[in-house]
Each structure stands twice: as structure tokens, then as C-alpha cells.
Design a protein around this ligand. Structure first.
Ligand code: A2P
Length: 271
């Protein structure tokens, strides 16, 4: 379970724990604590998840040293723009109870993405975020910030799972060309297709669950998946994917399962 390297030399764990839709307070604190105790080192939250305080509590309860963890949060729509974004990171850090995050992401390609990105570059330079990136960006959304900015986003976090793979070619190509790491959110497609028969056959062959096959596939695709669970057994199960690999035939089969299935909003419909 080796770390991966971002373009700025910062290392990022190969898998993360997602917290979207996990309620603040005890539920998320306990899930984050379990995840860190199980071995996750990357924890992903966002201002709009409204659970940063509970995530911070879970981090502290885990007892694991801050320097061993990789914490991500995200700038939300209402805080876009230069001044607002500079304030938003302070609010997020205060809720998390941290003095820096490892990764700060622009949550969507906002209208004011140029000014927001300028603020994020400042946040990076001030070391309140050790890396900065974006989320839900299609290749065309990068144009204005690459033209006006001085730092290329280090990460693009997008919905990425087998049932959406038919839509992901352009993003993959663009991110590969620009050395932008893809983080895969909803890597289990929100559990909507966990009984897929083709994946089930591959799972039987490897003695793994369908969820583990889907997560392993995201690893083989070069992404960092961020599965979410509030169940301790499944939290552990999702981490147990580093003792096997998929063969070429498995990957070809899974690559063919794309059917434009989204669990979240479609960035194509934003403009
Ligand atoms: P639960 O929290 O009860 O485990 P995604 O990460 O793609 O958004 O998927 C999250 C959904 O998948 C949640 O409903 C979660 O439910 C479920 N889930 C997470 N891990 C597993 C797993 N290993 N097996 C089955 N369902 C899972």
C-alpha cells in the first residue's frame, strides 16, 4: 500500500476515506476514528458536508499523529471569489481543529473560478494547504485557471467508477497529460450496482467481494479511490485490496461496463 506522488512532491495515500452524507457529531467522529484505526490515512471532507467538526473530533480520537494523516477539505460555492475563499479556509481549519490541510479542493468549476484559484494559490503559499486542486472539472473547465494562474491543480476529484467509465476518457487523458492525479469519488457507485454479475464472476475468481473488485479497478486505473462507509467491517473490507491485482481480461471486462450512470450532478450540465 505505497503512497503516490503529487506533482509538487507531496505524497498522498493510495486510498482514502470519504465522508459525504455522514452526519456531523458522533456518527462521523466514530466513522473517522474507525477508519484511521483500520489503517486509512487519507480522510476526505468538505465545507458543504457540514461535518468538518466531527471529522476533526474523529482525527483527534484516533490518536494517530497529525503528520501521518492526509486531510482534505473543499471550498464551497458560497465562498467562491478571492476574499471569500481566503476566509473559507480559515473557517474550515477552525472547524477541523487543524492548522493546515493536506489538500484543499475547489468543489465545482464555479463561475468565479479564476479569482477562487488565485486565492487557493495564496492559501498554498501560506502553507494552510500543502496541496491544492479541483473537483468535478472537465478538461474545458481548466482553461481559464491554467491561463491566469501560476500553479497547475495537483488533483482533480471526480465521480469515477466502472458504470461511468464510458464518460471518463477525456478527463483521464487530460489529467495524465498535465500530471494531475485523479481521486475517484463514489468509487462504489453509492452501492447501486454492487450485484453486477460480471464483477461478481471476477470477485469469485479472486476470493474478494464485488466492492473490493470495484475499488481495486480504481487503483489499477491510477486513481485514488475514496470509498465511504459507516460500518466498521466494510470500512476494513474496503482497505483490504492490496494483496491481489486484476488481470488484463478482468480489466477489459470492467472497462466495458460503462453506461453513463451518475450518482451525483453532471459537470457537463453546468455551463
Ligand atoms: P454503508 O455505509 O452502510 O457501508 P460510495 O463510496 O461509492 O459513495 O458508496 C457508499 C455506499 O456504499 C454506502 O451506502 C455504503 O454503505 C456502501 N458500502 C461501502 N462499502 C461497502 C462494501 N464493502 N460493501 C457493500 N456496501 C458498501
Amino acid at each position: 500500500m505505497d503512497d503516490k506522488l503529487l506533482q509538487n512532491g507531496v505524497t498522498i495515500p493510495p486510498i482514502g476515506f470519504g465522508t459525504w452524507k455522514i452526519p456531523d457529531g458522533e456518527v462521523v467522529a466514530s466513522a473517522v476514528e474507525s477508519a484511521i484505526r483500520a489503517g486509512y490515512r487519507l480522510i476526505d471532507t468538505a465545507m458543504i458536508y457540514k461535518n468538518e467538526a466531527g471529522v476533526g473530533e474523529g482525527i483527534r480520537r484516533s490518536g494517530v499523529d497529525r503528520s501521518e494523516l492526509f486531510i482534505t477539505t473543499k471550498l464551497w460555492y458560497v465562498d467562491q471569489g478571492y476574499d471569500a475563499a481566503l476566509k473559507a479556509i480559515d473557517t474550515s481549519l477552525s472547524k477541523l481543529g487543524l492548522d493546515y490541510v493536506d489538500l484543499y479542493l475547489m468543489h465545482w468549476p464555479f463561475e468565479k473560478r479564476v479569482e477562487s484559484w488565485r486565492a487557493m494559490e495564496e492559501i498554498y503559499k501560506s502553507k494552510k494547504a500543502k496541496s491544492i486542486g479541483v473537483s468535478n472539472f472537465l478538461p474545458r473547465h481548466f482553461e481559464s485557471i491554467l491561463e491566469s494562474g501560476s500553479i497547475t491543480p495537483m488533483v482533480n476529484q471526480v465521480e469515477f467508477h466502472p458504470f461511468l467509465y464510458d464518460q471518463l476518457g477525456d478527463i483521464q487523458e487530460f489529467c495524465n497529460e498535465n500530471n494531475i492525479l485523479i481521486e475517484a469519488y463514489s468509487p462504489l457507485a453509492h452501492a447501486h450496482n454492487l450485484d453486477d454479475p460480471a464483477i461478481h464472476e471476477i470477485a469469485k475468481k479472486h476470493g474478494k467481494s464485488n466492492a473490493q473488485i470495484q475499488l481495486r479497478w480504481s487503483i489499477e486505473k491510477g486513481t485514488v479511490p475514496i470509498p465511504k462507509s459507516t460500518n466498521t467491517d466494510r470500512i476494513k473490507e474496503n482497505l483490504n485490496i492490496f494483496d491481489f491485482s486484476l488481470d488484463d481480461e478482468d480489466i477489459k471486462t470492467i472497462d466495458g461496463l460503462g453506461k453513463n450512470m451518475r450518482t451525483c450532478a453532471d459537470p457537463n450540465e453546468l455551463d
